[in-house]
Design a protein around this ligand. Structure first.
Ligand code: DAH
Length: 359
C-alpha cells in the first residue's frame, strides 16, 4: 500500500518535471510499458489471494489511471509550451517597412483595370462581375447567338465538361454574358462596366488563349447612339490621358447589337517602336459596340418598347499594350519577374483622376 502511494507520487513528480516529449515518452514506457513499474505491479494481481486482490485491485487501477492522466496532461502542456515558443520565435512585426529587395509591383493589367474602373466610377457606373465558367445560354443564346449561328465559329470556344446540371457550359468567350446576368437581375436604369478574364482558342503575339475585356452596358429610357459616342470618347480621353484624341466609328456586325459599330483611334506609328495618339495617319482598333438588340433586351426580361441601351466591349490587354508600349500580349502571363520590374507599377501609387492615372 505504502509502496503504491510512494510510487505514484514519485512518478507524478517525474512526469510533471519531464522537460520534453522524448523524456515523457521514456517515462511512459518505464511506467506503463510491458515491463514498466506499474505494469509489473498490475501483473502481481494474478498471484494474490482474492481478499488481497479486492483491496489492491482498485488501488493499482487508480495508480495506472493517475499516471496515464498525468502523462496526457503533461503532453498537452508541453505542446502549448512548444507552440508558444514557436509563435514567439516566428513573430513578425507587420508595422516594419518592407525590405527594399522584396518590394512587389503592380501588374500592368491590374493597373489598367484600376484606371478603367476609376474613370467609369466617376461617370456613375457600377462594376458587375460574372463567372469565367459560363452557361452556353448566357454566353451565346440569350445574346441572340442561337446554337447553329455562324457567329459561334467566329469565337473559337473552349467547351467545358458538364458542371453537374443539364446546362452546357463554356469558358466565356467575351464579357458580354455579364450584360445578360445584369439585366436578368435588375430593371433599368442600368449603368455597369464589367472587366474580367475571357478565353478563346487562339495564341500569337497579339492573341492569348486567356485575355481580358471590359464590357459596358447602359439601359434606360431614351438611350441613343449619341450617348454611346460621348461615353467612348470621354473614356478614351481619360484613359489615354490626352484631350486631343480623334475617334472613328466603322459599321460592323454583332448579333447582340443593332446597329453595330467598331471604334478606331487616330495615331501615328511612323517612328518604329513608338506610338502617338491624336495625330498621324494610322488607325488603331479599340473594340466593338452598338445599340443593344431589342431581342437581347427581351431575352433578359426588359421591355424593348420602353427601354433602349448601348453596350461596348474593349480588349483590356490591348489597351494596356497601347498605353504602356508593351509589344507582346503573351508576356503579360509569363510571370517573368524581370518583365514585371520593368513594366510594373509602384504598389502604393494608386491611380487617381486628379493626381494622374498612370504618373
Ligand atoms: N463581345 C464582343 C467580342 O468579344 C465585343 C462587343 C461588341 C461587346 C459589341 C459589346 C458590343 O458589348 O456591344 O467580340
Amino acid at each position: 500500500m505504502a509502496d503504491i502511494a510512494k510510487l505514484e507520487s514519485e512518478l507524478l513528480a517525474q512526469i510533471a518535471a519531464a522537460p520534453d516529449e522524448a523524456a515523457l515518452e521514456a517515462l511512459r514506457v518505464s511506467a506503463l510499458g510491458k515491463k514498466g513499474s506499474v505494469s509489473e505491479l498490475m501483473k502481481s494481481l494474478g498471484t494474490m489471494s482474492p481478499e488481497e486482490r479486492k483491496t489492491q485491485g482498485p488501488l493499482l487501477n487508480g495508480l495506472r489511471d493517475a499516471v496515464t492522466g498525468a502523462i496526457a496532461a503533461r503532453k498537452a502542456a508541453l505542446g502549448d509550451i512548444a507552440l508558444n515558443a514557436r509563435l514567439a520565435s516566428e513573430a513578425i512585426d507587420v508595422s516594419l517597412p518592407p525590405r527594399p529587395e522584396s518590394q512587389g509591383s503592380v501588374h500592368p493589367i491590374s493597373q489598367v483595370l484600376e484606371e478603367i474602373t476609376l474613370i467609369f466610377a466617376d461617370m456613375g457606373f457600377a462594376v458587375a462581375e460574372g463567372p469565367d465558367i459560363e452557361y452556353d445560354d448566357y454566353n451565346f443564346t440569350k445574346l441572340n447567338i442561337p446554337p447553329d449561328h455562324p457567329a459561334r465559329q467566329m469565337q473559337d470556344t473552349f467547351y467545358v465538361a458538364p458542371q453537374g446540371d443539364e446546362s452546357a457550359h463554356v469558358l466565356r468567350t467575351h464579357t458580354s454574358p455579364v450584360q445578360v446576368r445584369t439585366m436578368l437581375n435588375h430593371q433599368p436604369p442600368i449603368r455597369i462596366i464589367s472587366p474580367g478574364r475571357t478565353y478563346r482558342v487562339d495564341s500569337d503575339a497579339t492573341h492569348s488563349p486567356m485575355f481580358h475585356q471590359v464590357e459596358a452596358l447602359v439601359v434606360d429610357r431614351g438611350i441613343h447612339l449619341g450617348h454611346l459616342k460621348w461615353t467612348v470618347e470621354e473614356f478614351c480621353k481619360a484613359f489615354f490621358e490626352i484631350d486631343t484624341i480623334e475617334l472613328r466609328a466603322r459599321p460592323s456586325f454583332f448579333p447582340f447589337t443593332e446597329p453595330s459599330l467598331e471604334w478606331d483611334m487616330r495615331c501615328d506609328r511612323s517612328v518604329p517602336g513608338q506610338i502617338k495618339f491624336g495625330t498621324g495617319k494610322d488607325w488603331l482598333e479599340l473594340g466593338g459596340s452598338g445599340m443593344v438588340h431589342p431581342r437581347v433586351l427581351a431575352n433578359c426580361g426588359i421591355d424593348p418598347a420602353r427601354y433602349t441601351g448601348f453596350a461596348f466591349g474593349f480588349g483590356l490587354d490591348r489597351m494596356a499594350m497601347l498605353k504602356y508600349g508593351i509589344p507582346d500580349i503573351r508576356s503579360f502571363f509569363e510571370s517573368d519577374l524581370r518583365w514585371l520590374r520593368h513594366y510594373g507599377f509602384a504598389a502604393l501609387d494608386i491611380p487617381s483622376l486628379d493626381g494622374g492615372l498612370s504618373r
